[in-house]
Design a protein around this ligand. Structure first.
Ligand code: EPU
Length: 597
C-alpha cells in the first residue's frame, strides 16, 4: 500500500491554539489497512510518533522531530438496540461538535451537554471530555482501537477504558499502543434532556416547569460556551489549559479555606477529596488578563490561555508557569495542565554533581575544595528532567532544598529514585512543598521502598502527624512504566554488588553509581542523544566507575553526547578536568542545563 509521507509539514492549521510548528514527517490514513501500513514503515519504526486528533487539546512546544499521524476515518451510523436505546458509531476523524449535532437532529439524547466542544470523536474517550455536568465516559459503549504491536483491532468496553476526570486508560498504560478507530455511544431514544445538574440547565426546568428538550439544552450550552470561552474561529486556544485540582479535604479545610474562606469546591466520588475550580483560583490570584507576548489568561474564563494572534509555544508556557507559581504561592495548590504538551525535546538540569561528601569536603583545604569557581561547588546528585509538560526529579539528594531554591522548582510531577543510599534520598522530607494537596508519586525498586518505609516510617503511619510529607509509592521492576503519558525505561546496573536503577526517557538516559552494566541492559542504552553517567575519580573504587571506566563505557554505548557526574574533589578543578575530556564528553557541574536534540 502506498502511503504518502509529507516532510517538514506545517501544523499551524492542525491545532486550535494556532501555534506555529512543523512535523519532521506527517501522514494520514483513511482506514485501518492504511494505518497498518504506516506502522510497518521505516518512518514509523525509526521515529517517535504522535497521534494527532482534532488538535484541540495540544500545544506543540517547538517542532516535532518525529512522525505525526492523523486519522481521516469518517462515517456515522446508528442501530437500535431496543425501544429505549440506540447505539451511534462514529469514525475517529468525525468532528465532535458536528457529531453531537447529528445525534440531536436524529432525536438521540445523552450528548447534548457536550455540544460545541472543539475536537474529534477519536479524542473524546482519550481525555474523557466533559462539560456542564456530563463526562463522555458515561455515554460510551465501546471503543474500537488498532493495536500497533499486534497490528489487530481490539475493542474496549467502557469499564476497560478506566475513565476518570479528564483521564482514561488511553492516556496512561494504553498510550502509544492503541489508536482509536471508531467509538460507539449508548444513547437514549428520546428528545427529553435528562442531565440537568448544572445550575443554569436546572434553572431552565424550573422556569418552564418541564424538562427541556435535548435541542433546548444544546442551545443553552452553546450560549454559555459563547459567553465564556473563546470562539475557536477567531481566537486560538485549547480550551481549559489546566485541570481543576483535586485536593485532600483536610488540606482544603485546614489550609485553603483558612487562607480564603470563600474558595468554592465540588464534592468528588471519594469523600476524602474535593475538586477546586482552577479558574476561580487563577482569577482570585489576580491573574485575569496576565499575558506574555500574545498569550493571555483569557479574561472571561481564566482556566483558558488564549492566543491573541502570534503567540509562540514559549509565550504560552511562560504564562502557564507564572500562573502555576502564583497560584501555588497564594493558595498552596499545584495546577496540572489538561492540555497535552507535545515535544520531542528533553531539558535536563543537573541539580547536584558531587559524590556523597560533596565538594568542598568538610575539613579539606585542597586547591579544589578552596576553588572560587562556582563549578567546583558540588552538591549531592539529583537531576530535574522536563519533557512533555512534566517535571520529573531523579533522586532526592540531602541538598535538594538548596537545589530547588536555586533552580526555582515550584512544582514536580513525580520522583524517580535510583537507590536508597543517603546521598540520593536524604532530602525526602524536603519534598513536603510538593505533597500539600495530594500524595506525591515516587517510583523506586522494591528494596528501596522497603528501606524508605523503615527510615521514614513517620510518613507512612495510619494517622500521621499533620503536615508530614505523604507519598504514593510505585514499586518498579525491569519493565518500562508510564508517568502521565511519558514512557520511562528502568536500566538495572550494579553499584558494586547492589543492583540499582538508572532511567531512560526518550533519547536521554541517567545512570549514576554504576560499577558495571550488564550486557542486556547495555542494549537499552543504545542510540542515545544524551547519556549522563557517573565517573567518580581516577583511582579505582569498588562500587563506582573511574573516569577511565566511564569513558570506555561511553565509547562502547556511543551516545551523541555524554556527561560525567558524581565527582569527588580528586577529579580536580572543573575547567582543567573538562579540557582533558574527548570532544563529545562533558563534565557536569551544579546548575548545568542540557537539552536533547
Ligand atoms: N470561575 C471563576 N473565574 C474564572 C473561571 C471560573 O471564578 O475565570 C468560577 C466560576 O464562577 C464557577 C467555577 O469557577 O463558580 C467553575 O467554572 P465553570 O463552570 O466555567 O467550569 P470550570 O470548572 O472552570 C470545567 C471544564 C470546562 C467545561 C466547564 C463547564 C475542566 C478542566 N474544565 O471548567 O471544560 O466547559 O467545566 O462544565 O474541567 C475544557 O475541558 O476544555 C473545558 C472548557
Amino acid at each position: 500500500m502506498n502511503i504518502k509521507f509529507e516532510y517538514n509539514k506545517d501544523l499551524t492549521s492542525l491545532n486550535t491554539f494556532r501555534i506555529s510548528a512543523k512535523a519532521a514527517i506527517y501522514a494520514e490514513y483513511k482506514n485501518m489497512d492504511e494505518l497498518r501500513s504506516i506502522t510497518l514503515s521505516e518512518e514509523f519504526m525509526d521515529n517517535e510518533v504522535f497521534y494527532l486528533g482534532g488538535g484541540s487539546n495540544v500545544l506543540f512546544n517547538g517542532d516535532y522531530h518525529g512522525l505525526v499521524i492523523k486519522s481521516q476515518i469518517k462515517g456515522i451510523k446508528k442501530y437500535q438496540k431496543n425501544e429505549e436505546t440506540v447505539f451511534a458509531i462514529a469514525g475517529a476523524a468525525e468532528n465532535w461538535a458536528d457529531f453531537v449535532k447529528w445525534t440531536i437532529d436524529e432525536g438521540l439524547g445523552g450528548l447534548e451537554n457536550l455540544s460545541g466542544i472543539p475536537g474529534s470523536v477519536g479524542a473524546s474517550p482519550v481525555q474523557n471530555i466533559g462539560a456542564y455536568g456530563v463526562e463522555v465516559g458515561s455515554m460510551i459503549h465501546k471503543v474500537e482501537c488498532f493495536d500497533v504491536i499486534t497490528k489487530e483491532t481490539v475493542t474496549f468496553t467502557a469499564e476497560q477504558c478506566k475513565f476518570g476526570y479528564r483521564d482514561s486508560f488511553f492516556k496512561n498504560e494504553g498510550k502509544g499502543r492503541y489508536v482509536v478507530l471508531r467509538v460507539s455511544f449508548k444513547l437514549k431514544n428520546s428528545t427529553v434532556a435528562e442531565n440537568l445538574d448544572y445550575g443554569p440547565l436546572k434553572t431552565l426546568e424550573e422556569k418552564w416547569n418541564r424538562k427541556p428538550t435535548i435541542s433546548e439544552v444544546a442551545e443553552e450550552v452553546l450560549k454559555i460556551r459563547d459567553s465564556k470561552l473563546p470562539d475557536p474561529s477567531k481566537i486560538g486556544s485549547a480550551g481549559s489549559f489546566f485541570k481543576n485540582p483535586v485536593v485532600r479535604i483536610y488540606f482544603y479545610r485546614e489550609v485553603m479555606s483558612a487562607l480564603s474562606p470563600e474558595i468554592p469546591y465540588y464534592e468528588t466520588d471519594d469523600p476524602l477529596y474535593v475538586k477546586i475550580p482552577a479558574g476561580w483560583l487563577i482569577e482570585n490570584a489576580g491573574l485575569k488578563g496576565y499575558s506574555v507576548g500574545d498569550a493571555e489568561v483569557y479574561p472571561k474564563q481564566c482556566l483558558v490561555i488564549a492566543n491573541k494572534g502570534r503567540a509562540t509555544a514559549k509565550d504560552v508556557i511562560e504564562v502557564s508557569e507564572h500562573v502555576r507559581k502564583v497560584v501555588l504561592e497564594k493558595f498552596g495548590v499545584t495546577l496540572h495542565p489538561e492540555v497535552n504538551i507535545v515535544d520531542t525535546n528533553i531539558k535536563v538540569t543537573i541539580l547536584g554533581s558531587g559524590t556523597s561528601k560533596g565538594v568542598p569536603e568538610v575539613g579539606c583545604f585542597c586547591p579544589v575544595c578552596r576553588s572560587d569557581s562556582a563549578k567546583d561547588k558540588r552538591t549531592r546528585c539529583s537531576a530535574l528532567v522536563e519533557t512533555k509538560g512534566l517535571k520529573l526529579l531523579i533522586d532526592v539528594s540531602p541538598d535538594f532544598r538548596q537545589q530547588a531554591l536555586r533552580s526555582e522548582i515550584t512544582y514536580l510531577d513525580a520522583a524517580l529514585i535510583t537507590h536508597s543510599h543517603y546521598d540520593h534520598v536524604g532530602g525526602f522530607d524536603d519534598l513536603r512543598p510538593f505533597c500539600t494537596g495530594s500524595k506525591f508519586p515516587v517510583y523506586m525498586r522494591k528494596d528501596v521502598s522497603e528501606d524508605l518505609h523503615r527510615r521514614l516510617d513517620y510518613c507512612f503511619r495510619e494517622t500521621p502527624y499533620p503536615g508530614v510529607p505523604s507519598f504514593e509509592v510505585h514499586e518498579i521492576d525491569e519493565s518500562p512504566f508510564i508517568i502521565k503519558g511519558v514512557k520511562i525505561i528502568p536500566i538495572s546496573v550494579m553499584h558494586g554488588k547492589l543492583p540499582i536503577a538508572g532511567y531512560r526517557i526518550g533519547d536521554f538516559a541517567y545512570v549514576t553509581d554504576a560499577k558495571t552494566i550488564p550486557e542486556e541492559e547495555k542494549e537499552k542504552l543504545k542510540d542515545l542523544d544524551v547519556l549522563v553517567l557517573n565517573g567518580l575519580r581516577f583511582k579505582e573504587h569498588f562500587a563506582h566507575f573511574t573516569v577511565e571506566e566511564a569513558l570506555k563505557t561511553i565509547e562502547e554505548l556511543k551516545p551523541k553526547r555524554a556527561y560525567l557526574t558524581h565527582f569527588c574533589h580528586e577529579i580536580g578543578r572543573h575547567d582543567d578536568f573538562q579540557s582533558s575530556l574527548p570532544d563529545n564528553v562533558f563534565a557536569c557541574y551544579d546548575g548545568l542545563v542540557i537539552n536533547t536534540h
